[in-house]
Each structure stands twice: as structure tokens, then as C-alpha cells.
Design a protein around this ligand. Structure first.
Ligand SMILES: *Cc1c(COP(=O)(O)O)cnc(C)c1O
Length: 616
């Protein structure tokens, strides 16, 4: 290899037709053989326990046969009914091809069965997890941060509320235990202390940390629901409801903020909501911005939200700020140069060209809004980022990063004397996270992928770019198509918005139809013929997913697309629901114009074939 080499991610996927199966099985086999010898080499002098005598016995043979038949059955079930996400014909849910280093990292480490709950039971994979946490910190530009892998993004979100809740309750614990540290502060001031000040005080009172923690929200010394409301955009993932429930915030204190036409949190609505709570004397416990919403891929105005937050801080109003980037977090890699510096806006096009990010050198992404949002992420208190989403890692691998490592003191179950004795930390990851026993293999999987593909424009950035360009290819196709001709009728197709990221939602409507129920039925029916539940998945030439926007969740945001589909507002007021088709373009191959040209006519003819069954 010479220094001019750059990464080609096409070497890193098994491929739609298993094109890379030889490389895959070669590494798979060598990882397995290494493990075999690892066992033998522990004490080569020890005799075999499973001897040839044992292997010759009838029950032994019977048992092997039985196991094989179970695997035949399992393999059949998997092949018959699994989601065929490996094909570029799959334009559906967030399932996709996963990275070979992720798969083999998992497999290789799984054989050693290490438990990352504690260093002692997982030396190699615990160190890998620590390094993955450092990768996340580089990605988010968190020089003093800390991160770890958890089972999923939902748990990462619970952990964010756990931090916010405990930190925001600490001023009251301090008032009880060390009153001189917050002398003269009113209740409102205690409820509105900046997170950084709270962490500083916690550090100051190191020898009393355990007592302080026992007076925090953890022990109910503070009324959790007095800490205030938790603001989320209407596009929120439903894990926030569960989080508010489990952590005692109360789902009634989870306040959805309305959206703008891009399905991003509406800043005026946000400001009005904050003002109205403050005027009632209700504090804001925390605020969530979403980078890559689950149903639309929308990216909230992180920079402008921070500006607003800073304005409030000037007036003594402070709250926790979390970014739910479970889906979009890895996309920050596209903005970082090889030294993990955020690329200047004016250099971005050149950097993209240098690293072959897009086939189409004129691709109009990112917009100013998207660029600014990603840039500002580094100011959040914490960020959820899922390797099993845009990290192309097999399940289960979610993750969270916090801006300041000291925040951990607010949630840990590690007696502080352990730190003083200089014990190697984290000797017990389980003390700092929601979970207990956890997969070392998942950490190895993420670690291996990050080692092959660094989290910047030379690595993951290429993969993210491929996905975005694929989505734009689809978006452009749909926008230019305008309608399909089916049984002499025009069936219009309308995209929801121009994608902020890599998701294309769209809606079909028969020419002249103004009835929202029948519009919804058409989209629902097409989905049923194009989903993994459709009668014969093998003959299904195009597979997609769908979603529903209800008035309860989305207020009047769908009016914009309904207007473009010529459906009157009265219909929306009556039906209060819109059914959409949803394509997460995770395939790393649909960016290639040749591949897109090959597949899109197949997708189109399948849509028309299915529509012809529905539109008579
Ligand atoms: C997927 C997702 C989650 C939840 O992640 P899981 O890993 O499915 O638990 C949270 N937030 C957003 C925005 C997501 O897209």
C-alpha cells in the first residue's frame, strides 16, 4: 500500500450478491482458527476431555445430528422470512447491509464471550470500548468527554435523562449538605443553575460526593417532577415517552414542540413554549434536538437552538441540552478532516472532491442549515449515537457521549473512595451506565469498523456520503417523475421534503382525488403489496416501509404536502391522519449512477404493477 491509497467501502460489504464472500470467509475462518488454537495453547499438555471414545458414542452422534437439523430449520426460517435489506430494491426501514469488519469483529470476539460490565471479565473488549468512546468524543469534538456503547439508542436516551435529572437535582442536595456552596440562592436560582456550575461544585465537594448523591433525585429527597419539563420536537422517537415514564419525569412533563415545513423543530414555537413555562414558574429540565429524525431524517437547527439557550442563560434560565443523534450521529464524520477538525464551509466542496464523497460533484448538500447544525453539536451536554444505525454495525450497539467526563459522578454507583485509592477506572463500567452485563463482542464489532473506517471524511464520511447521494438520487427521481400512468390514470407521487439526510418520504395520490381516506388507503395498500409482509417476498420487486403522521403527533405539519397533493384542509381536519411511504436509503450502492440506473426501472415497474392492482 502506498500513501496515496484511499478507502473503497465496496470492499467492506458482503454485497447484494455476496460478491465479497471469499474475503469474508477467509477472515471468518482465520478468526475461528485463531480461537481454536487459543484454547489449545492455554495448557497444551492437558489431555482432551471430549475424546474419540466419547465422540463414538451413539448419544453423542445423535446429539450432533439433532443440532444440525435444528440449524437446517433455523437457516430455512431465516432465508424464507428475513427482511431482504441487502438488495438495492429494498428502500424501506433502517435495516441495511452491515460492515464486514462489524460482522467479523462481532463473530471473532463473540467466541471469547467477554462481558464488558467489568474490566476484569473483559480486558481486550473493555479497552476496545474505551477506545470507541474516545472515537465518539473525537467525532463530537468533546475533548473532555466520555462515551460508551449501550444496547441501543433508547437506553442512551434514558441515560441522558438520568444525567439531566440527577444533575439538576443536585443544587438542592448541595443546599442540604453543604449550604455555604449555594448560599443566597433562591429556589428558582437553584432550579436554574448551569450544568457546568453544578459539575464544578460536585468536584469541589469530593469528600462529600456520596452524601450529596444520596440527597439527589436518586433518593427522592428532591421531588423529581418539580425539576420541570422536558422539551422534545414532535418528531421525537417514542423512547422519550418511555424515558419520562421510567425516570419519574412523568409523560405529562414531556412537552412536544411543533415543527416547521422541513419537519424541524420550529424555533418560534420553542421560544413561546419556554416563555410560557417560565412565566408560570415552571423550570425547563432539559431540551432535546434531533439530528436525523426517525421518520423523516430531519435535522433540527442545533446552532439556532443553542443561540436561544444562550439568550436564556443571560437571564438566569438554564437547562440541560441533549441531542438525539441515534440516527444521524455518524453523519458528523463527513464534516471532519483527517485530523478530526470541522471542515470550513468554504473548503467543504474541495474536501468532498478530494475524498470522492459524491459522484455528482454538484450535489447540493449540505445546505447552510444542515452544516451549521452539525457544526454546533459540540456544545450539547450529551449526544445519543447508534452504531447499529448509520454506523452500519450489526445489532445491538447504541451509544452515548457526554461533554464532560465529570458528569458521570452524578449517576455512578461507585463509592468515591475507590477513586482516591487510585484504582484503575473504569474498572467497572457497570457502575457508570444503565446496564449490567454487556456484550464485549458488540464493542469489538464497533471498534473494528472504526479502525478500518475512521470517523472522518476519509472513512465513514464516504459511506455517509454514499447514502446521502443515494437518497438524493431517489428524491430527484421522484420529483422529476411527478406521476405514474396506471390503467390510463395518473397517479401522482409527491416527496415530503427535500431530504436533510438520507430518508425520502413520499405520498401517492390518484389524479383528481381529494378524499384523504382514499389517499391513505392507496398508500397503505401499496405498502401492503410492497412490504416484507406481502404475500410472496421473493417475487416482490420493490420493498418499502411506511409511516403515519397523525394530527395528535404532528399538529398541522402535513398540510404542506396535502396542499401539493390537492387535498383540502377540511379533509385533514376530518381525517387527522396521513399515511406515507418511507424509504431510508441506507444502501451504500445507490449513489453510483450505474447502479441507480440499473435498479430504478425495476423499482418503477414494480410500483406500476402493484398500483395497477389498486387503481382501476
Ligand atoms: C432509532 C432511534 C432511537 C432509538 O434507538 P434504538 O436503538 O432503536 O433503541 C432514538 N432516537 C432516534 C432519533 C432514532 O432514530
Amino acid at each position: 500500500m502506498n500513501n496515496n491509497n484511499s478507502l473503497d467501502y465496496k470492499a467492506l460489504f458482503l454485497g447484494p450478491n455476496s460478491e465479497n464472500s471469499n474475503a469474508f470467509s477467509e477472515i471468518l475462518n482465520s478468526l475461528f482458527q485463531d480461537h481454536v488454537y487459543w484454547r489449545k495453547n492455554f495448557h497444551p499438555e492437558d489431555p482432551d476431555v471430549i475424546t474419540s471414545n466419547v465422540k463414538n458414542n451413539e448419544n453423542f452422534k445423535y446429539t450432533l445430528e439433532k443440532m444440525k437439523s435444528v440449524f437446517d430449520d433455523m437457516s430455512k426460517r431465516l432465508r424464507e422470512n428475513a427482511t431482504p435489506w441487502h438488495s438495492p430494491r429494498y428502500l424501506g426501514h433502517m435495516n441495511s447491509e452491515t460492515l464486514v469488519p462489524g460482522l467479523l469483529g462481532y463473530f471473532g470476539a463473540m467466541l471469547y464471550n467477554l462481558n464488558n460490565v467489568a474490566y476484569e471479565s473483559s480486558e481486550p473488549t473493555s479497552v476496545m470500548e474505551k477506545e470507541v468512546g474516545e472515537d465518539f468524543c473525537k467525532l463530537m469534538e468533546y475533548p473532555k468527554g466520555w462515551g460508551h456503547i449501550c444496547a441501543d439508542g433508547s437506553i442512551a436516551n434514558y441515560e441522558a435523562i438520568w444525567y439531566a435529572r440527577n444533575l439538576k437535582s443536585l443544587p438542592f442536595a448541595i443546599e442540604e449538605v453543604e449550604p455555604e456552596l449555594v448560599k443566597g440562592k433562591s429556589k428558582w436560582e437553584l432550579l436554574n443553575m448551569p450544568i457546568e456550575d453544578i459539575i464544578n461544585i460536585l468536584e469541589l465537594s469530593n469528600n462529600k460526593m456520596d452524601i450529596l448523591k444520596s440527597h439527589s433525585a436518586r433518593s427522592l429527597a428532591t421531588e423529581i417532577q418539580d425539576l420541570g419539563v422536558w422539551l422534545v420536537p414532535e418528531t421525537k422517537h417514542y423512547s422519550w415517552l418511555k424515558a419520562a415514564d421510567i425516570l419519574g419525569i412523568g409523560t405529562h412533563n414531556l412537552i412536544p414542540i411543533k415543527l416547521d415545513n422541513h419537519y424541524r423543530m420550529n424555533l418560534t414555537e420553542l421560544k413561546n413554549t419556554i416563555d410560557s413555562y417560565i412565566s408560570k414558574g415552571t423550570p425547563i429540565l432539559g431540551l432535546v434536538a434531533v439530528v436525523g429524525t426517525t421518520e423523516e431524517g430531519a435535522v433540527d437547527y442545533v446552532d439556532k437552538i443553542l443561540e436561544l439557550k444562550n439568550q436564556y442563560a443571560k437571564n438566569g434560565i438554564n437547562f440541560y441540552f441533549h441531542i438525539d443523534a441515534a440516527y444521524g450521529g455518524y453523519a458528523r464524520s463527513i464534516f471532519l478532516d483527517e485530523n478530526y477538525n470541522f471542515i470550513d464551509k468554504n473548503d467543504l466542496k474541495n474536501k468532498f472532491a478530494e475524498n470522492n464523497i459524491f459522484y455528482n460533484k454538484d450535489l447540493n448538500w449540505p445546505s447552510e442549515d444542515i452544516y451549521n447544525a452539525f457544526k454546533a453539536m459540540k456544545y450539547a451536554d450529551s449526544i445519543t449515537i447508534d452504531p447499529h444505525k448509520m454506523g452500519y454495525i450489526p445489532y445491538s450497539a447504541g451509544g452515548i457521549v457526554i461533554k464532560d467526563k465529570r458528569m458521570r459522578d452524578s449517576i455512578s454507583y461507585f463509592a468515591s473512595y475507590v477513586f482516591e485509592k487510585g484504582v484503575k477506572v473504569p474498572a467497572l463500567l457497570g457502575a457508570f451506565i444503565m446496564e449490567g452485563s454487556k456484550s464485549g463482542a458488540a464493542a469489538a464489532s464497533v471498534w473494528a469498523a472504526h479502525r478500518v473506517l475512521p470517523l472522518n471524511v476519509t472513512g465513514y464520511g464516504k459511506l455517509i456520503g454514499a447514502s446521502i447521494e443515494g437518497a438524493y438520487n431517489l428524491y430527484d427521481y421522484i420529483s422529476n417523475k411527478k406521476y405514474f400512468t396506471v390503467n390510463d390514470k395518473k397517479v401522482y407521487v409527491e416527496p415530503l421534503t427535500i431530504p436533510d439526510f438520507n430518508m425520502v418520504d413520499f405520498v401517492l395520490n390518484v389524479e383528481g382525488n381529494k378524499d384523504l381516506n382514499s389517499l391513505n388507503k392507496l398508500n397503505e395498500d401499496l405498502y401492503n403489496l410492497s412490504s416484507i409482509f406481502s404475500p410472496d417476498i421473493y417475487s416482490n420487486g420493490f420493498v418499502t416501509s411506511h409511516t403515519d403522521f397523525s394530527m395528535a403527533d404532528y399538529s398541522d405539519s402535513p398540510l404542506d404536502i396535502l396542499q401539493r397533493l390537492n387535498v383540502p384542509k377540511e379533509e385533514w381536519d376530518k381525517v387527522k391522519n396521513l399515511t406515507l411511504l418511507r424509504a431510508c436509503v441506507l444502501s451504500p450502492f445507490l449513489n453510483d449512477p450505474e447502479v441507480f440506473k440499473e435498479y430504478i426501472p425495476k423499482v418503477e415497474s414494480n410500483i406500476i404493477r402493484k398500483l395497477s392492482l389498486l387503481v382501476k
